[in-house]
Design a protein. Structure first.
Length: 241
């Protein structure tokens, strides 16, 4: 052991400080990617942060309709475990006027787990769920921050006369997914700028998004966030559609 290491580890208080610093740095790095959120009675997920989500304070109301998908793929309706098949049978999900359905899913779970839930709520009559997301910025201590989210549409079918931009997100086996916009390869890091360029002189901005179920759900949220930055409405293709 060299002289510096001996000096450090020979003082117990300095050793403790070194360990605390490493732990703090690790937690800070992790917080930059995902935002931990706790649901009622201990159900927890880590949500991907977004830049273009909007405030959805109604998601905090008592009795709000929230479906949670955990990292391991477990599904909860409120705090009660449920299967996607049973969720599809809840025909009343879309029956109450003005009431939204919120989906709160872990960014690390395979998108297939969330897609099954989207397909289920679509069968139950929900056409425009809201996907809750994490906060991009760290909130100020003691300052309440409303839930944030991105609204999507479930389809097709699309509105009559709509010609959407087709975005495909495929598993590349590398660090970043493979992105195709209207069958043309697009660098992952250029997705937002490319969409903005496409929609620069268009009044109708609609994206039909088809994503590989093996990808982390957080990657799909990133793409939806980029679409919202370009002011495009997103229609998700679920397995049954």
């Amino acid at each position: 052991m060299n002289r510096i290491a001996t000096a450090t580890w020979g003082r117990p208080w300095l050793r403790v400080w070194s360990i605390m610093f490493v732990v703090f740095a690790t937690m800070l790095f992790a917080a930059r990617r995902y935002s931990a959120q706790t649901l009622r009675k201990g159900v927890s997920v880590e949500m991907a942060p977004t830049q273009n989500a909007v405030a959805m304070p109604e998601a905090d109301n008592e009795g709000a309709l929230i479906v949670a998908v955990t990292h391991s793929g477990n599904v909860y309706f409120g705090i009660d475990p449920i299967t996607p098949a049973a969720l599809a049978e809840k025909r009343g999900l879309a029956g109450r006027t003005g009431e939204k359905l919120y989906i709160k899913a872990d960014a690390r779970t395979p998108y297939a787990n969330v897609a099954r839930v989207l397909d289920a709520v679509h069968k139950a009559g929900v056409t425009a769920p809201s996907l809750l997301t994490g906060q991009h910025e760290t909130p100020e201590p003691g300052k309440p921050v409303p839930p944030m989210g991105l609204e999507v549409m479930l389809g097709p079918p699309l509105p009559s006369g709509t010609e959407p931009t087709v975005v495909q997100i495929l598993n590349s086996g590398k660090q970043w997914p493979l992105v195709k916009i209207n069958n043309k390869d697009t660098p992952w890091t250029n997705l937002e700028s490319r969409l903005k360029q496409l929609y620069q002189n268009q009044s109708k901005k609609v994206v039909l998004l088809n994503a590989d179920g093996l990808l982390p759900y957080g990657d799909i949220i990133h793409v939806i966030d980029a679409c919202r930055a370009a002011e495009a409405k997103v229609f998700l293709v679920t397995p049954a559609t």
